[in-house]
Design a binder for this molecule. Structure first.
Ligand SMILES: Cc1ncc(C[n+]2csc(CCOP(=O)(O)OP(=O)(O)O)c2C)c(N)n1
Length: 324
C-alpha cells in the first residue's frame, strides 16, 4: 500500500539517482587511478553517499558547500557536472578547474561549490568566513561544511566553532564520522566518542544522526538551514557512518580486516534507500531506471574525460593570479 505522495517518491528517487551516480563515479575513479590515469591521490566516499546527498538536498542553489579531499560526492550532490568533475580528476583542460586542481582541489563557483581541500580542517575557517560574508551581505544564504572526525581534533575546528557561534553565522557543520582517520580508529584518537558534544560546549545546537539514512540526514540539515535563514546561527550535525574503502584509492580493497570490511557493507545506504523506496510505494522498474540513468551519466563522464586534452605546457603560468 503506497504511503508516500508521488512528489515525495519522486524526491526520494532523485536522491537515489544521485547516490548511485556518486557510487559509480567513485568506482570508476578507483579503476582510473589503478590504471595510472589519475595522478596525485584520490579518496573515495563509497558508503558515505547518503550524507552528501541528504545534506545538499536541504539546500538551495545559491547556498555554498565546502568539503574535504573526500569530496567528489559533495560536488555531485551540489549539482556539479560529473563530466567536468571526472575531467578534473584526470587533470584535463575541460575539468572544472581546467585540470589544475585534480581530485583534492575541486571548485565550481557557478554551482556554489567553494571547493574541496587537501589539508585536514583547513576549510573550516574558510567556511566560517563564507558564512560571515553571507550574513554581512544579508543574502539569506547558508554555507554547509563537510569534514571528518579526524578534522575535529584540529585547532581550527574549535576556533571556527567559537566564532561561528559568537557571530551567529549561517553555517551548518556536517561531521562525517566514518570511524577512521587514515588507519587510526576514532576510538584511539578521540577522548569522547561523540564529536557533537564538543559543539554543544560552544552553545551550538548539535545532534547525531544515522549518516547512512539519507532521509534522516536531509531532515536534520533542513532544520539547521531553517534556523540559519532565520538568523539563529550555526547548527552542528554529526553523521555516524562507515568508510568501507581504504583511506585512498592507492590501497583500495586491501583490507587489514576483511571480515570487518564485509560487516561495513551490511549498512550500505544504497540498498537501504531501495528498501525505503519500495516501502513508500515505488516499484522496482522505477528504481532500475534511476540506476541505469546514473550509470549512463558516469559512463559519459568517463568518456568525456578520457577524450579531453591535457593542458598544454605553454599554459603553465595561466590562472595563477586572480584578475583585479
Ligand atoms: C593538517 C593535515 N594533517 C595531516 C594530514 C594527513 N591526512 C590526510 S587525511 C587524514 C585523515 C583525516 O581523517 P578525517 O578527518 O576523519 O577524514 P576522513 O579521511 O576519514 O574522511 C590525515 C591525517 C593532512 N592532509 N593535513
Amino acid at each position: 500500500m503506497p504511503v508516500a505522495t508521488e512528489n515525495a517518491i519522486y524526491k526520494l528517487l532523485e536522491m537515489y539517482r544521485q547516490m548511485m551516480t556518486i557510487r559509480y563515479f567513485e568506482e570508476n575513479a578507483i579503476e582510473l587511478f589503478a590504471k595510472g590515469l589519475i595522478t596525485g591521490s584520490t579518496h573515495p566516499c563509497i558508503g558515505q553517499e547518503a550524507i552528501a546527498v541528504g545534506a545538499c538536498a536541504a539546500l538551495e542553489e545559491g547556498d555554498s558547500v565546502l568539503a574535504t579531499y573526500r569530496g567528489h560526492g559533495a560536488a555531485i550532490a551540489k549539482g556539479s557536472d560529473p563530466k567536468q568533475l571526472m575531467a578534473e580528476l584526470l587533470t584535463r583542460t575541460t575539468g572544472c578547474c581546467k585540470g589544475r586542481g585534480g581530485s583534492m582541489h575541486l571548485c565550481d563557483k557557478k554551482k556554489g561549490f567553494i571547493g574541496t581541500n587537501a589539508i585536514v580542517g583547513a576549510h573550516l575557517p574558510i567556511a566560517g568566513g563564507a558564512a560571515l560574508a553571507a550574513k554581512m551581505r544579508g543574502a539569506n544564504r547558508v554555507v554547509l561544511c563537510f569534514f571528518g572526525d579526524g578534522a575535529s581534533c584540529e585547532g581550527e575546528f574549535f576556533e571556527t566553532l567559537n566564532m561561528a557561534a559568537l557571530w551567529k553565522v549561517p553555517l551548518i557543520f556536517i561531521c562525517e564520522n566514518n570511524g577512521y582517520a587514515i588507519s587510526v580508529p576514532t576510538k584511539l584518537s578521540q577522548a569522547t566518542p561523540d564529536i557533537a558534544d564538543r559543539a554543544r560546549g560552544f552553545g551550538i545546537p548539535s545532534l547525531i544522526v544515522d549518516g547512512n539514512d539519507v532521509r534522516e540526514v536531509k531532515e536534520a540539515v533542513a532544520d539547521g538551514v531553517a534556523r540559519a535563514r532565520l538568523g539563529d546561527g550555526p547548527t552542528f550535525i554529526e553523521c555516524k557512518t562507515v568508510r568501507w574503502e581504504r583511506h585512498s584509492a592507492f590501497s583500495s580493497g586491501r583490507y587489514e580486516n576483511p571480515e570487518e570490511a564485509q560487516r561495513w557493507k551490511t549498512v550500505d545506504p544504497i540498498p537501504r534507500l531501495e528498501r525505503i523506496l519500495l516501502e513508500e510505494g515505488a516499484d522496482l522498474e522505477q528504481i532500475n531506471r534511476e540506476r541505469v540513468a546514473a550509470q549512463e551519466v558516469v559512463n559519459d563522464a568517463v568518456q568525456f574525460a578520457l577524450q579531453s586534452p591535457l593542458p598544454d605546457m605553454d599554459s603553465i603560468y595561466e590562472g595563477i593570479f586572480a584578475e583585479a
